[in-house]
Design a binder for this molecule. Structure first.
Ligand code: ADP
Ligand code: MG
Ligand code: ZN
Length: 480
């Protein structure tokens, strides 16, 4: 980036809430039902049909507000945002405008260079989603109203981020918090967690904000990062050429890696917001607020700190293990079986996460139970098996989902700690490699590694490496 300039970024995030029913009617929010089956007079927008607010939506909004240090407004108001859209039968979307439910929040992210950055949250409000227009049919467009009235939280940041990295970290943190709360599944690819990025640039030291462009249609974290980087570069180039930035909405094209302007007709904003006369102001009193607060689980930052203290883990480990609630839960279940916390962490961070990323699955679909993984670590630590054998057992557990004990017995993998048995193998290896014995005797102690390798191979990995080492040194020296 041209170092004369500074980028300014604000994000608007839409999170689909995991309620059973829609925000203003009793229709199911279930995804994937046949088109236009989760509908009723209210969400179809029939005249005179009255909306009734789903209490759960308010509870979820308050949870998110409390988890991000917001002020929870005792009273908030629903407003009509008027616009015509084929998949919005009412001709307006019920949203919040002047008085949202939550305001003035913040969260802190840790950057790759280790520095911290606080990002302010301007507001969080409740609103309904629109339906879906399906354009991929030939010649016609189809409308599916099922999504109409699905509850959303819109989380709007202040323009506090100055790089694609900061935007990425902010978005990740929001997603981490909202999934810990269990109020949204956080799935960007499927569109239940969506982000619009507002980007402007200005000369460093300038106090006024530059003209912004808004980028939509990014369906992964990586695309958000790429789109912001693209837009910063585009705007700087325009300014450098003496041009002016025009305020517009751009759509990210993930195939071509560029952001292209939306048709300008689609972005003439004149929403004519006004309070919805069909809905009462929402009231969240202190009693209700504190009841909701009690239901908030331990949040990622707190849990991360606790992992560092309670399990004596490095920051790095604790950060990864608490990246999702399910992974943190898994780790804690392993620690109920073994107190070797660092090994538990290592196994999860390397072997387990490798399996998850290769299979593109989450920890909830991981076949090995935390109890079995814990027991595997116990078996290593009490020297029943070596680490090498443990990796074999681990692979077998992935296939057969059996207990490690059973696999070790069935496959005869018990570690050999019997010295006579190991001595026999060592003798065999020494006889077979006279040259290397001579090298050892002439002072090249390094060849001991070769011998250890040979003995381990001969024992099919089952010999206790410590005993092998000791006996080998003794036996080799005796060859003189
Ligand atoms: P609008 O009315 O156009 O939606 P808002 O003031 O509601 O604008 O802000 C929407 C989002 O855009 C917020 O996240 C805000 O932080 C961000 N934003 C506002 N102005 C700028 C700017 N000049 N540069 C970058 N982001 C901005
Ligand atoms: Mg906006
Ligand atoms: Zn309905």
């Amino acid at each position: 980036m041209n170092s004369l300039y500074e980028a300014v970024i604000g994000l608007e995030v839409h999170a689909q809430l995991l309620t059973e029913t829609k925000i203003f009617c009793g229709c199911s929010t279930n995804f994937g039902n046949p088109p236009n089956t989760n509908v009723c007079l209210v969400c179809l927008g029939h005249p005179g049909a009255l909306p009734v607010l789903n209490q759960k939506v308010v509870e979820f909004a308050v949870k998110m507000g409390l988890a991000t240090d917001c002020t929870i407004n005792r009273n908030s108001i629903f407003a009509r945002k008027n616009y015509f859209y084929p998949d919005l039968p009412k001709g307006y979307q019920i949203s919040q405008f002047e008085k949202p439910i939550c305001e003035f929040g913040k969260l802190v992210v840790v950057k790759n260079d280790g520095s911290m950055k606080e990002i302010q949250i301007k507001r969080i409000h409740m609103e309904e989603d629109a339906g879906k227009s399906i354009h991929d049919q030939e010649e016609t467009t189809l409308i599916d109203i099922n999504r109409c009235g699905t509850p959303l939280l819109e989380i709007v940041s202040e323009p506090d981020m100055n790089s694609a990295e900061e935007a990425y970290l902010y978005l990740s943190k929001l997603r981490q918090i909202i999934t810990y709360l269990g109020i949204c599944d956080g799935n960007m690819e499927e569109g239940s967690f969506r982000c619009d990025a507002n980007v402007s640039v200005r000369l460093k030291g300038e106090s006024q904000l530059g003209t912004k462009a808004e980028i939509k249609n990014m369906n992964s974290f990586r695309n958000v990062e790429k789109a912001i980087e693209f837009e910063i570069k585009r705007q700087i180039e325009i300014l450098e050429d003496g041009g002016k930035i025009i305020q517009q909405t751009l759509l990210w094209n993930a195939e071509q890696n560029i952001a292209l302007p939306m048709r300008s007709k689609e972005e003439a904003h004149d929403y004519r917001y006004f309070p919805d006369p069909d809905l009462m102001p929402v009231e969240v009193d202190e009693i209700w607020k504190s009841e909701i607060e009690k239901k908030i689980p331990e949040l990622p930052d707190t849990r991360c700190k606790r992992f560092i203290e309670q399990f004596n883990l490095p920051n790095y480990d604790a950060g990864i293990l608490t990246s999702s609630k399910e992974l943190a839960d898994y780790f804690e279940k392993v620690t109920e079986v073994t107190t070797d916390y660092k090994s538990a962490s290592n196994w999860i961070m390397t072997e387990v996460l490798k399996v998850l990323s290769e299979g593109k699955i989450g920890i909830s679909q991981f076949i090995i139970s935390p109890v079995n993984l814990g027991n595997l670590i116990v078996l290593i630590n009490n020297k029943t098996i070596s680490i090498k054998i443990a990796k074999e057992v681990f692979l077998e557990m992935l296939k057969s989902n059996q207990e490690p004990d059973t696999i070790i017995k069935d496959k005869n993998l018990l570690q050999i700690s019997d010295t006579t048995e190991i001595e026999t193998i060592i003798d065999k290896v020494i006889t077979a490699n006279p040259k290397d014995v001579q090298e050892f005797l002439s002072g090249k102690e390094k060849v001991i590694g070769f011998f250890v390798g040979q003995v381990m191979k001969e024992s099919k990995g089952k010999a206790n490496p410590q005993i092998v080492n000791e006996l080998l040194k003794k036996k080799l020296s005796q060859q003189k």
